[in-house]
Design a protein around this ligand. Structure first.
Ligand SMILES: [Fe+2]
Ligand SMILES: [Fe+2]
Length: 337
C-alpha cells in the first residue's frame, strides 16, 4: 500500500546518492530517451539503461516489501476487531495488501530479478521498506487512522505511478490504487463511527491521530532539496510529482477531512496561506525518519522477525505446491506419451 518516495538505497545506513551518468550504447540510449520524451511505455523486452533497470528493481521491490510488512501492524488487530463487520473488513484489507505485494514482486521479476533474491534482501535486513510500519498499533483507533492517513498518503503517492514509464509497474498500480481507495474509506468510516461514541473513544481517535500524523507526512520522503535522485526519476517518467508537492496535496486534502471528523491535527503551524493557496505546516523530524529507515525504529526488529518466521513456517506450503505442480506435469507428459 505504501511508499516513502522509494528512492532510498538498500545499502546499510544509506541516504540517497546521485547516480553516475550512463556509458552505454548511445544509439539505444537515444531511442530510449525518445520514447520517454514522447511519454511512451517501456516494456520488459525493450532495451533500457542499466541505471533505469536498477532504480526500478529497487523501487518496485521496496514497494512490494512495504505491502507485505504493512500487513503486520494491522494483522495484529484481526483477532481483536470490535465487531464481525470490522473483522471482515480488516481481513479483506490485509489480504489486499498481500495481493499488492504479489503483483509488485511479479512486476519486479520482469526486470530480471528473482523473488528469492528480493525476499533474501528483505529477510537479511538489507532491503528497505516503508518506515511507517516500524511503529506500533496501540489501540483499535490506530487501525482506523492507518486506513485514513497511511493509506490516504499511499494513494497520493501511488496515483501518479499509474502513469509510470515502466509498463508492468504502471498497470499493477491501477488495481492497487482502486483497492487503496477502499482502504482509505474504511478507515475514515471506522473513525467517524468512533467519533459519535463515548468521550473515551473520541480521545482514543485523537491520540492515534497525534501519534501518526507526522509519520505520515514523512512517508512522502525527504524534501525535494535533499532528494538527489528525484530529478532523474522525473526525467525517466518513473516519478511524476515531487515529494514536497505530494506532501502538500496530502495536507490540503486532509485538513477538511479532519474538520468533518472532529479531530485536531497536531501541528501549531498548520494554517491556510491565502497567498500560496495552500496550507503551511510545521517542520518534520527527519532525524527520527532516518533512524527508523536505518533500522532503529520502535518495531523494526519485531517486524523483520515476524516476517522471517512467517516465511520459514510457510516453507512446507511452497514445497507442497511445487511437488503438486511437478506431479501434474509428470501426469501430463505420461498422458501425452
Ligand atoms: Fe492499503
Ligand atoms: Fe497496498
Amino acid at each position: 500500500m505504501y511508499t516513502q518516495s522509494f528512492n532510498v538505497p538498500d545499502s546499510p545506513g544509506g541516504k540517497p546518492v546521485p547516480l553516475a551518468p550512463s556509458l552505454e550504447d548511445p544509439v539505444l540510449q537515444a531511442a530510449f530517451d525518445a520514447r520517454i520524451d514522447a511519454d511512451g511505455r517501456i516494456e520488459p523486452q525493450d532495451w533500457m539503461p542499466e541505471a533505469y533497470r536498477k532504480t526500478l528493481i529497487r523501487q518496485i521491490s521496496q514497494h512490494a516489501h512495504s505491502e507485505i510488512v504493512g500487513m503486520l501492524p494491522e494483522g495484529n488487530w484481526i483477532s481483536r476487531a470490535p465487531s464481525l463487520k470490522r473483522k471482515a473488513i480488516l481481513i479483506a484489507k490485509v489480504q489486499d495488501e498481500g495481493g499488492h505485494g504479489l503483483y509488485l514482486y511479479s512486476a519486479a521479476e520482469t526486470l530480471g530479478t528473482s523473488r528469492d533474491q528480493m525476499l533474501e534482501g528483505l529477510h537479511s535486513g538489507r532491503a528497505k521498506y516503508s518506515s511507517i510500519f516500524n511503529y506500533p498499533t496501540l489501540t483499535w483507533a490506530d487501525v482506523g487512522v492507518i486506513g485514513w492517513l497511511v493509506d490516504g498518503a499511499a494513494i497520493m503517492n501511488q496515483i501518479p505511478l499509474c502513469r509510470c514509464s515502466y509498463g508492468p509497474y504502471a498497470r499493477a498500480m491501477v488495481r492497487v490504487c482502486k483497492e487503496e481507495s477502499f482502504h482509505q474509506r474504511q478507515g475514515y468510516e471506522a473513525l467517524l463511527e468512533m467519533m459519535t461514541g463515548t468521550e473515551e473513544q473520541k480521545a482514543m481517535v485523537q491520540d492515534a491521530v497525534n501519534r501518526w500524523w507526522w509519520k505520515c507526512l514523512a512517508m512522502f520522503g525527504p524534501p525535494d532539496a535533499d532528494s538527489p535522485n528525484s530529478a532523474q526519476g522525473m526525467r525517466w517518467g518513473i516519478k511524476r510529482v515531487s515529494n514536497d508537492e505530494l506532501r502538500q496535496k496530502f495536507v490540503d486534502a486532509t485538513v477538511p477531512q479532519a474538520k468533518v471528523l472532529g479531530v485536531t491535527l497536531p501541528d501549531r503551524d498548520l494554517k491556510w496561506n491565502e497567498e500560496r493557496q495552500h496550507h503551511d505546516y510545521g517542520a518534520i523530524d527527519w532525524d527520527e525518519f532516518w533512524a527508523t529507515v536505518n533500522g532503529n525504529g520502535p518495531c523494526n526488529k519485531e517486524r523483520l522477525a515476524t516476517r522471517v518466521k512467517a516465511h520459514n513456517e510457510g516453507q512446507w506450503v511452497r514445497d507442497a505446491a511445487l511437488a503438486h505442480a511437478r506431479k501434474q506435469q509428470e501426469r501430463k507428459m505420461k498422458e501425452a506419451a
